[in-house]
Design a protein around this ligand. Structure first.
Ligand code: ADP
Ligand code: ADP
Length: 232
């Protein structure tokens, strides 16, 4: 589903050029819950962001669902990005919009009419067990509730892939478990391939079937997990 080949991404810093991602290749199969684990600054987030070209690699190839993203036109890339959802540590909800309008946002961009949007939003919120908050504003929600709304928004366009950047790093352990349960659920029920960047081994242990360990811009180890929660 996702092929990263010889990805290299550097940043110019006051101390010189920093190779945030240094010749990384990984293969992620359809249906995987793929973990990328490592300490802060290892390059995990930069690597994750190359998958939807939020970060353009200096060199290397990104192939998602058979398409080489760098070769697409602007319009095609916009289209392809709709099939790659993303969630973040700090949720990135729009605070001046209700839960309904947050989740409806990508559907509006995709050109759906009002009735279709209402149906799509209700479906996604009910999958995430948060339909009762449809009219609430984000400020009234707990961290875990916000992340469930963000996940609902990320799956509204029926993506093939969901990228998760430290999805549980700002919530407590109990809420972490709840969020991971929902991620495993959408992986199984909707067949969405999931990539999770985290510094927490517990996250990887809970739901990943494969994991890559990243240090100083390189993958130092990768292995399969025998994971009882994970049902392919
Ligand atoms: P991680 O997600 O593992 O914490 P990041 O991918 O965020 O690591 O960062 C890898 C390295 O690249 C870090 O040293 C970080 O400071 C640096 N970095 C990331 N983004 C930028 C940027 N836009 N400009 C300069 N340096 C960056
Ligand atoms: P979040 O916690 O929401 O994932 P981050 O704090 O990791 O966000 O990063 C926010 C933004 O800052 C990213 O776009 C990242 O590329 C950028 N960034 C990270 N490290 C640096 C850095 N050392 N210099 C400049 N930009 C950076």
């Amino acid at each position: 589903m996702i092929s990263l080949r010889h990805i290299y991404k550097s940043f110019d810093t006051p101390a010189g050029t920093l190779a945030a991602v240094n010749n990384v290749s990984i293969e992620i199969e359809k249906g995987d819950i793929y973990g990328i684990i490592g300490f802060s600054g290892a390059g995990k987030s930069t690597l994750l962001r190359t998958i939807n070209l939020l970060e353009r690699p200096d060199s290397g190839t990104v192939i998602v669902d058979g398409k080489q993203l760098a070769e697409l036109s602007k319009g095609q890339l916009r289209q392809e990005r709709q099939s790659i959802g993303m969630i973040f540590q700090h949720f990135h909800l729009l605070n001046n919009l209700t839960v309904f309008d947050n989740v409806a946002f990508p559907l509006k961009i995709a050109g759906m009419n009002k009735a279709e949007r209402r149906k799509g939003v209700e479906e996604c919120l009910s999958i995430l067990d948060i339909a009762d908050k449809i009219d609430a504003y984000p400020a009234k929600l707990s961290g875990g509730q916000k992340q469930r709304v963000a996940i609902a928004r990320s799956i509204a366009n029926h993506p093939k892939v969901l990228l998760c950047d430290e999805p549980t790093s700002s919530v407590d352990p109990q809420t972490t478990g709840d969020i991971l349960k929902h991620l495993a659920h959408i992986n199984r029920r909707l067949g969405i391939t999931i990539v999770i960047v985290t510094h927490e081994m517990d996250v990887v242990r809970a739901i990943c079937n494969k994991v890559a360990v990243m240090e100083h811009g390189v993958i130092v180890e990768d292995f399969e997990m025998n994971n009882s929660n994970y049902v392919p």
